[in-house]
Write a protein that binds this ligand. Sequence first.
Ligand code: IPE
Ligand code: IPE
Ligand code: MG
Length: 251
Amino acid sequence: MIDLKDKIDLNKLPQHIAIIMDGNGRWAKKRGKLRIFGHESGVKAVRETTEAAAELGIKYITLYAFSTENWDRPKYEIDALMQLLVNTISKETKTLNENNIKLVAIGDLKSLPKDCYQNLNKSIENTANNTRMTLVLALSYSSKWEIIEAVKNIAQKVQNNQILPQNITQNDFSDCLSTSLLGIPDPDLLIRTSDEYRISNFLLWQIAYAELYFTPTLWPDFRKEDLYEAIVNYQKRERRFGKTSEQIKPI
Ligand code: IPE
Ligand code: IPE
Ligand code: MG
C-alpha cells in the first residue's frame, strides 16, 4: 500500500499552511471529560503537525490558538488555556531549536497575561535564528483587529504626509498587516478541523486566494496523516487566480 506521504509532490508544496485548530471541547465532552482536557490533548496534535510540516519542507505554518472572541469564554477556561500555553511554550522551545524552527506570534500579544507574554517573547528570541520553518502562533488574534491596526498605521502615514490618500495601494495596506511585518507570505492552504465551515475572524485579507480544506477530524485527533491528506487534496486543485484553465495550462 502506498503511503499517503508518498503521494505528495514535494515540488508543489504549499509554502504556507494555516490551521484553525477546532474541536477540543467536543473531543473532551465525547469522553465525559472537562473541556481543558481537550485543550491539553490538542498539544500532541500541534507537535505532530509541526513536525510533519517541517519534515516535508513547508516553510510557514500558522496555528490559530486563541481568538479575540475567545476572551468571552468562562474565566476558568481562559486561565487554564493561558497556563497551558505558558507551560507548552517553555517546554517546546528546546525541540523547536533542535528542529531549526523559528517561532513568531501574531495578535494583540500585550493583552496576554504577563507570564504568558514574557515566556512567549523568550521563546521567540531563543528561536529567532532558526531557518528551516517558521511556526506562527495566532494568539489573542482576530483579523478585524489586525485590519484596524493596519488602518491606523496607514492613517498615521497620511497624517505625516508620507503618503497621499489617493495613492494608497493594496500593497501599502498589506504591508501594514502583522503577517507582512514579519515577512510571512499569504497562506496557500487553510485547514479547519471539527466539521465547522467558517473562518471565525482568521486572516481574512490574507486568505483571499487560499485553498480551503475542511475535515471532520477533531483537533486532538489530528495527526501527520491528516496533514498529508490535506496536502494531497490541495495538490489536486487547479489554482486559477481568476484566469481560465487554458491560460494556466500552457499547451
Ligand atoms: C479549539 O477548540 C481551541 C480554542 C478555540 C482555544 P474549542 O475549545 O473551540 O472546541 P469546541 O469547538 O468547543 O469543540
Ligand atoms: C476559532 O475557534 C478560534 C480558534 C481555533 C482559536 P472557535 O471555536 O473559537 O470558533 P467559533 O466561535 O466556533 O466560530
Ligand atoms: Mg470551537
